[in-house]
Design a protein around this ligand. Sequence first.
Ligand code: G6P
Length: 608
Amino acid sequence: MCGIVGYVGFRPAADLIIRGLRRLEYRGYDSAGLAVLNGDGLVVTKASGKLSSLEKKLGPTLPQGTVGLGHTRWATHGAPTTTNAHPHTDQTGRIAVIHNGIIENAGALRTALEQRNHTFESETDTEVLAHLIGELYQGDLELAVAAALREVDGAYGIAVISADEPDCLVAARKGSPLIVGVGDGEWFVASDASALLEHTRSVVYLDDGEMVVLSRDGYRVRSLDVMEISKKIDRIEWDLATIERGGFEHFMLKEIFDQPTSLSNTLSGHLLEDEGTARLEGLNLTNDELKQIDRIIITACGTSWHAALIGEYMIEELARVPVEVEYASEFRYRNPVVDQRTLVIGISQSGETADTLAALVEAKNRGARTIGVVNVVGSTIAREVDGGTYLHAGPEVGVASTKAFTSQLGALALFALRLARLKNLSILQGRQFVEALKALPGQIEEILGRVDEIESLAERFLDTSNALYLGRGVNFPVALEGALKLKEISYIHAEGYPAAEMKHGPIALIDENMPVVFIAPRDAVHSKIVSNIEEVKARGGKVVAFVNDGDHEIERLADATFTIPETLDLLTPILTTIPLQLVAYYVAVRRGCDVDQPRNLAKSVTVE
Ligand code: G6P
């Protein structure tokens, strides 16, 4: 989704900003722009499309100046045209604003400004904000920004510069992440740490309602009432090498191949082999508090929501505590029933998804304990919840989530084990679960070693416009995730269904052109899924099945199979998911799709 980069220092700003925006490309965007203060005034350049279009427009000589800001826009208000791209300027053309998020009262503000003779070029809410700041400007940019933001409803991360204050940049956040990068004689602001890492690892995370003023003398953080706030400087531990492609053709493929390591990192330090349990100190819950939990709600969006569904199976099966899974966007507005004995778990790779954040805040306000299962350290959700666990999967750049998903499953397995051992799971069963968890990274490695087999399976999907993914039990959500992966990056319509539910509708779609994927490890519902495969074959469907070694029954029925190592039933999703990710990847590559930045999608969805 939208990206912000701002700079105040001694080096040419335009080049630094474009490099920073390039690091944010993975978030998904459809236009870009840049504003630099060159001593005489503002130089603004914008272009629809990718950053390369902006660079083409800028030509070989970049605008001069050591203060500036740049933006990648993911369209919300108005089409992704050059006019709608950020930065937007005020009525005088001397103030430039970039903005992530949505100003909800933009319509009313626009009408009021028009009545005061403001004219607008774009359809955006951001231009309205720029005009408002311009109207309130009386020689102090910080005061004008603070005053304007006090009139605004909605979510924002913004950065603002003015030709009348050539050494200053003001930024502010409410509901959309902003990080200050503290360098040596230079300061940055960005919506995502990856834009800063090349220059500094020292960062300050802004909280909602905070504003930062960067100047040549340093930075200061203020509230919107312009009260000084003291903030600590955090250090980012990961480095640029971890977000480079490392020889792989795409980030998505690299991240699929990262999974033996990323899952090990998620599990590492948490497994207590002798005691057959997991240590999760970050939860900030004592054993007694955990035992008192009588209901769990897991809330998330997208792929993380699929992980939540698998978590439901794990927790209910092992710990016998009732679990409900809610789309965060629904939970936040449904007047949810929660109390002190309800634990609400939010799952989010980015830790910034607006709906998941709002759902957790809602739960907290109603008295529930909240925990986060988050990948990005220091993200808003991680800071908002009462406790939680980090995935330590490393940065995930490909828009389609892969390694974060398997790490989310790993983290949920740890939590389920911990809770179950406090309830009634025996130490022997606990040890068996720990053993199985420890074996998973090696088993993923084994699957990845047979990538050629999966690449040739992908051939079966190249010419189809529909596919059906079916699974049962804990592998039903894997079917949902497999279908999501395929549609996200290859634009083939795919649906995931519980295998038995197929006969209540989707069976009508089955013919000899329709690939039907079955996720069918040898688990408690294996014989049931064999019957479902028979039903598809009886109607001429083409079956691709993911099975355990030696499953001759399904091998005989299916048109193609791929074998997966054996593990405990509850952990099979961590293995069955891997070939489905790879099928989606190879289909998308063969169809010439932009695998890492699929159309219309964003990595981190910071608007509701
Ligand atoms: C976007 C991404 C998905 C992701 C979802 C939730 O839609 O494209 O891959 O699953 O957001 O993101 P989160 O960061 O909260 O896990």
